[in-house]
Every structure is written in C-alpha cells, then in structure tokens.
Design a protein around this ligand. Structure first.
Ligand SMILES: O=C(O)CCC(=O)C(=O)O
Ligand SMILES: [Fe+2]
Length: 324
C-alpha cells in the first residue's frame, strides 16, 4: 500500500449492524496492510477542530514562567508541559524540536487506583489559562467517543464480542490527549538531511487519533519500508495502530513507524495526538482469531499498564533517572 487510505466512518453512527460491516472491513484491511488510515464522518465539527488549534496557539504562547509551573517533570503521572529541547541529549545532533502538553483523566490523589498505580493515574496540571481545562476535557470526551466506535469496529472485525475492547475503557482508562507545538529551530542549531521535527517511532498504545494542522510533513513507513506522505486532509483525523494493539492481535494489526519532516525555517506546526490506552490492569493476551495454523501466539500475557510504563521508561530520561 503506497498511500494512507481515507475511510468515511459515518455508517458507524447507525444502530443497524449491516451498515457497520463495509466500514469494519475497510478498517480491518487498513490495520493489516499499513496500520494507518484517515477518518472522515467522525462527527467532530470543523469549528470544534479549528477552536482546538486556536487554543493550542494561545496555550503555547503563554510566558515561559507560567508554562514552567506545569512542568511534566514535576508530575509523577506524566501530565503537563514539556519544553522544546528537554530531551536534547546531543546538541550537535538536534532531534525532535517540540513543546508538548499532556492531559488524561483527572483522578484525585487519594483514590485507590492512584495509590496503586501512581505513575499512570492522578491529577492533571492545567495552569491558569481561562477555559483551558474545560475545553481540553470537552475535546477529550469527543475524541473518546470516536475511539469507542473504532474499537467496536475492530472487535467486530476480530470476531470478538462488540464490547471486548471497550470493556477496558471505563472510568479508569489511561488515554492521553497531547498538544504539540513544533516551533522554528534556533538559528544556531546545526541540522542535516537526517534531522526530523519528530524522529521515526511507533506509538505505544492501542490506537492514536491525530489532528494535524495544514503545514504537513507527517510520513509513514509502509510494509515495503518506503516512506509515504500523510498530508493534511481538511477535517480528517489520522488513525494509527499502536504497539499494544499490534501485540494483542499477534502482529496482524501493524504498529507502523512514522515521523515528521524537519520544517522550513520560520514555520510553526501544531498537532494533537490522542493516544487511546485502556485501564492499567487490562490483560493483553493474544486474541483467539489471531492464532492461525501458520502463526502461534507470539507474546506472553502483559498488563496494559506494565507495557506503557516500560515504553515510557525507554523514552523519557527524567523517568528512568528515578526508576534506577
Ligand atoms: O505531530 C505529528 O503529526 C505526529 C506526532 C506523533 O506521531 C506522536 O506524537 O506520536
Ligand atoms: Fe506518533
């Protein structure tokens, strides 16, 4: 597959199962062949998406000292603001140049689930921007309802009960809404052809729903190892499979590498990935329909939370320091 397919998911709003099935097939095919697809007809309005870009611009334009008060490194559960350059280990080889903001379900520090798993659950850090908390939470809810339809479609495709995945997305799921700002690099940074705005990686969780602005630069590595552009499509979201879903499906659904090309001088880019991740104690073990005559189960049982934390530890220096 040398392009990222576009799927109209509006039939997933029907309560008649036969309307779902053609869309289920398209999603299933995209997940197996490239692990990436665009969705249209997802029900989130153009005005809502525009308002989120406006919010991101206002948020990241706040003074540095206000953003410092929401520093993600001060959060035990990975919420808040991360500065551009925080992960800059070798200044002669500039890597990702982006600032970020992460939020998820906000759970009181005294709640038992926070006591049990303090690295994934707990409060958000929103700062002081008026209306910010409310708007982020509203958008989080809208994205989660799109994700639930996709998870149901995948359950149908994989011959599971309709709510198989959604049962793990109750009031303790760990999905994260992230806003990203790629600012222009400082003039003294030396960049070469290999420098990317976001280096090649796979996502950790089940699915990612990405909203990107109209700058472009997102690229996806297809099964033949070729980098394919995933340019902005107005009002569409880009959906991709993450490592946890690849593992759950015994490598039938592909968690595909992707990256963002380095930006032209002076250009700002904004994007918003929504990382769809189930509750911590979700048992992830090979789905029966993904065991075939040619393919035994490839991975032992793991909980979603253990998996996500192991991937975090490999990525964020500030987390590994205190984890030894
Ligand atoms: O900014 C983008 O378009 C992609 C971001 C991404 O892949 C990620 O944050 O995982
Ligand atoms: Fe990603």
């Amino acid at each position: 597959m040398n392009n990222v397919p576009l799927i109209d998911i509006s039939p997933l709003f029907s309560d008649q199962r036969e309307h779902w099935l053609p869309v289920v097939d398209k999603i299933d095919q995209a997940c197996r062949e490239i692990g990436f697809f665009y969705i249209q007809g997802h029900g989130i309005s153009s005005a809502q998406l525009e308002s989120m870009f406006a919010l991101a611009k206002t948020f990241f334009a706040q003074p540095e000292e206000l953003k410092q008060q929401m520093l993600i490194a001060n959060s035990s559960n990975h919420r808040g603001w991360g500065s551009a350059g925080a992960e800059q280990l070798d200044p002669s080889k500039p890597s990702d140049w982006k600032e970020t903001f992460d939020m998820a379900l906000d759970i009181h520090p005294e709640h038992p689930v926070v006591k049990a798993f303090p690295k994934l659950y707990g409060p958000n850090q929103y700062g002081v921007l008026p209306g910010f908390q409310q708007q982020m939470n509203q958008h989080y809810g809208l994205l989660m309802s799109v994700a639930r339809r996709l998870l149901k479609a995948m359950a149908i495709a994989l011959q599971l009960p309709d709510d198989f995945f959604n049962q793990y997305f109750d009031d303790q799921h760990t999905s994260v809404l992230r806003m990203i700002h790629y600012p222009p690099r400082p003039a003294d940074q030396v960049v070469d052809d290999e420098t990317k705005a976001a280096g090649a990686h796979t996502d950790y969780g089940c699915l990612t729903l990405l909203l990107q602005d109209d700058v472009g630069g997102l690229e996806v590595c297809n099964a033949q190892g070729e980098w394919v552009a995933a340019p902005p499509v107005k009002d569409a979201l880009v959906v991709n499979i993450g490592d946890l879903m690849q593992r759950w499906t015994n490598d039938f659904y592909l968690s595909t590498q992707h990256r963002v090309r380095n930006l032209a001088a002076g250009v700002h880019r904004y994007s918003m990935p929504f990382f769809v991740e189930p509750r911590y104690d979700t048992p992830v073990t090979c789905i029966p329909s993904c065991i075939t005559a040619e393919r035994n189960a490839r991975y032992p049982l793991i909980t979603s939370g253990e998996w996500i934390l192991s991937r975090f530890a490999a990525t964020y220096a500030y987390r590994t320091q205190d984890e030894g």
